[in-house]
Ligand binder design. Structure first.
Ligand SMILES: *Cc1c(COP(=O)(O)O)cnc(C)c1O
Length: 438
C-alpha cells in the first residue's frame, strides 16, 4: 500500500517510510491510497469471532500487502494482550472500555502496535543495522503509552522528554520507573521546550549521522490505524448481545482531542463497518464542534480543562477527516455530530452517571456518555469510548462523585517503582551533547 500526504505536495511513501518518518515532507499526514471494503461475509459471522481474529482481518486490509502474514498476526496478537470489553451502563448506553492496557488508556493499542511494526521493519533491513531511537515529547499520557508500548522491544531505544514539575505523579511514574530500553529526560522548561528539543534533534545533521532517529507521535499511521480494531470488535459484541438489527442502529461516540481515535472509526466505516452514525464529544475546546455548525475550521489556542488529554486547539487529524470526505462539509455532517462541554458539565455528568448507574466515568469518557444521553434517538444504541481509567484522574473524579476511586494494581505498581530520570536544561546544545554521547 502506498501512502500520500494530506497536503499533496510530498511524494507517496511506502508503509515503512510512513511509519519511520511519521510526517510527510510537506508536513502533511499520511493517508493510505485505498481503504479496502471488507466482505459482507465477514460481518455476517463477526459476532462469532474473537477480538484478535477481528483485529487481524482489519490489520490485513491495511498492512497485509507490506507485512508478511504470520508476522502481522503475531504483531496484532501481541498488541492485544488485553481486552477492550463493551460494558452496559444504562439500558441502551454501553461503555467501550479502552483502559485495560498497561497504562490504562486507549493509546496503549496504537503504541504497542507501532512498536512491534517498527521492530519488524528494523529486522527486515540489512543495510543499516543500528538500533532505532524514538524521541517523544510528552505533556503526560503520550509518553507513558509510547514508553510502555516499546518497553522491552529489541533494537529500539526510547527517550521520553517531559517538562519538570508539569506532569502528575501518576503520569511521571508510568515512564520514569521502567528502565531497560526507556530513558526519561526531565526538561527544565515547559512542554513546548520539550517539543522544540525533539524537533531540533531531528533537524541536526550530526545527531542524525550519529543516531538513527524516529518519532512516535500520534499522527503516525502505525499508531492511528490500529485503533480501528476495537470499533469492529465493539460492533461484534453488540451484535452478539442484541442481534444484528440493533447493532446496525449503533451510534459510536468518541471523546476527541487530536481526533485520531474517531478518525480511525471513520476509516472503519469506509471499510464497511455497519454502524449508524458517530458523535465527536469535546470539552470546552470546541473547534470541531464549531466546524460542524458553520463549515469553517478556525483553530484556536487550547484551553485547559479537567479532561486535559483533549485540550487541543488545532486537532491534527482534522486534515485526515477533511481529506477522507474531500472537504465536503455536508457529507461530514450527514453522519457525524458534535458536542462540547464545560468542566462543570463534565463534573455533573460524572456525578449523575455514578448516582444513576453506579458506573464511574473518567472526565473524558464523561463527555462521551453525556453526548449519548443527550443525542441518542428512539431505537438507537449508544457506545462511548471510556478512553482512560478513572483512577488516572483520581482527585478530579473523587471530588465529583464523592467516593474514593480504587487504584488498579498495575497503576499502583508504577507508583511504587523508583524514579529514574536525567535532568536536562531546555537549550539544545546540552541535549545534543547528551545524544552525541549515546
Ligand atoms: C489522547 C486522549 C483522548 C483524545 O484522543 P484523540 O485521538 O487525540 O482524539 C481522549 N481521552 C484520553 C484519556 C486520551 O488520552
Amino acid at each position: 500500500m502506498r501512502y500520500y500526504s494530506t497536503n499533496k505536495q510530498a511524494p507517496v511513501a511506502t508503509l515503512e517510510k510512513a511509519v519511520v518518518k511519521g510526517l510527510a515532507e510537506d508536513r502533511g499526514l499520511y493517508m493510505p491510497e485505498n481503504i479496502k471494503r471488507l466482505p459482507v461475509s465477514f460481518f455476517d459471522q463477526i459476532e462469532k469471532k474473537t477480538f484478535q481474529e477481528i483485529a487481524y482481518t482489519v490489520a490485513d486490509a491495511f498492512f497485509g500487502e507490506d507485512v508478511e502474514a504470520e508476522a502481522l498476526k503475531k504483531i496484532v496478537y501481541d498488541t492485544l494482550a488485553f481486552d477492550c470489553p463493551v460494558v452496559p451502563v444504562t439500558d441502551r448506553i454501553y461503555s467501550l472500555e479502552l483502559f485495560h492496557g498497561p497504562t490504562l488508556a486507549f493509546k496503549d493499542v496504537g503504541a504497542r502496535f507501532m512498536a512491534r511494526l517498527l521492530q519488524y521493519f528494523i529486522r527486515q533491513e540489512t543495510t543499516d543495522t543500528r538500533p532505532v531511537n524514538v524521541l517523544v515529547a510528552t505533556s503526560g499520557d503520550t509518553g507513558s503509552a509510547v514508553a510502555n508500548g516499546f518497553l522491552g522491544v529489541d533494537g529500539i531505544h526510547v527517550y521520553v522528554l517531559y517538562p519538570k514539575g508539569k506532569v502528575s505523579k501518576i503520569q511521571e511514574s508510568q515512564f520514569t520507573t521502567l528502565g531497560r530500553n526507556i530513558t526519561a529526560i526531565e526538561v527544565d522548561g515547559v512542554f513546548d521546550d520539550c517539543q522544540t528539543l525533539v524537533k531540533n534533534a531531528f533537524m541536526d545533521e550530526e545527531v542524525n549521522d550519529h543516531l538513527r532517529l524516529t518519532s512516535a507521535n500520534s499522527i503516525n499511521v502505525a499508531r492511528f490505524l490500529p485503533q480501528a480494531f476495537y470499533y469492529f470488535n465493539a460492533y461484534a459484541r453488540i451484535k452478539e448481545m442484541l442481534g444484528e438489527e440493533a447493532a446496525r442502529q449503533t451510534v459510536m461516540c468518541v471523546p476527541s482531542g487530536n481526533f485520531g481515535n474517531i478518525c480511525s472509526a471513520l476509516f472503519g466505516r469506509k471499510m464497511g463497518l455497519p454502524v449508524k452514525r458517530f458523535i465527536a464529544a469535546n470539552n470546552a475546546n470546541d473547534i470541531f464542534y464549531q466546524y460542524l455548525q458553520t463549515g469553517i475550521y478556525t483553530p484556536k489556542a487550547s484551553r485547559q480543562t479537567i479532561a486535559n488529554a483533549m485540550d487541543v486547539g488545532d486537532p491534527s487529524n482534522f486534515a485526515r477527516i477533511y481529506d477522507l470526505h474531500h472537504g465536503n462539509h455536508q457529507e461530514i455532517t450527514s453522519y457525524i455530530s458534535g458536542a462540547s462541554y464545560t468542566d462543570e458539565q463534565i463534573r455533573d455528568t460524572m456525578r449523575t452517571c455514578f448516582e444513576e448507574n453506579n458506573y464511574i466515568l473518567d472526565p473524558h469518557g464523561a463527555c462521551g456518555y453525556r453526548a449519548l444521553s443527550e443525542q441518542l434517538q428512539e431505537g438507537e444504541v449508544g457506545i462511548f469510548c471510556e478512553t482512560a481509567h478513572p483512577a488516572k484522574f483520581k482527585e478530579t473524579v473523587e471530588s465529583a462523585i464523592g467516593v474514593p476511586v480504587a487504584i488498579p494494581d498495575r497503576l499502583a505498581a508504577f507508583m511504587k517503582g523508583e524514579k529514574q530520570s536525567i535532568l536536562m536544561p531546555k537549550d539544545f546544545p546540552a541535549f545534543k551533547e547528551f545524544l552525541m554521547n549515546e
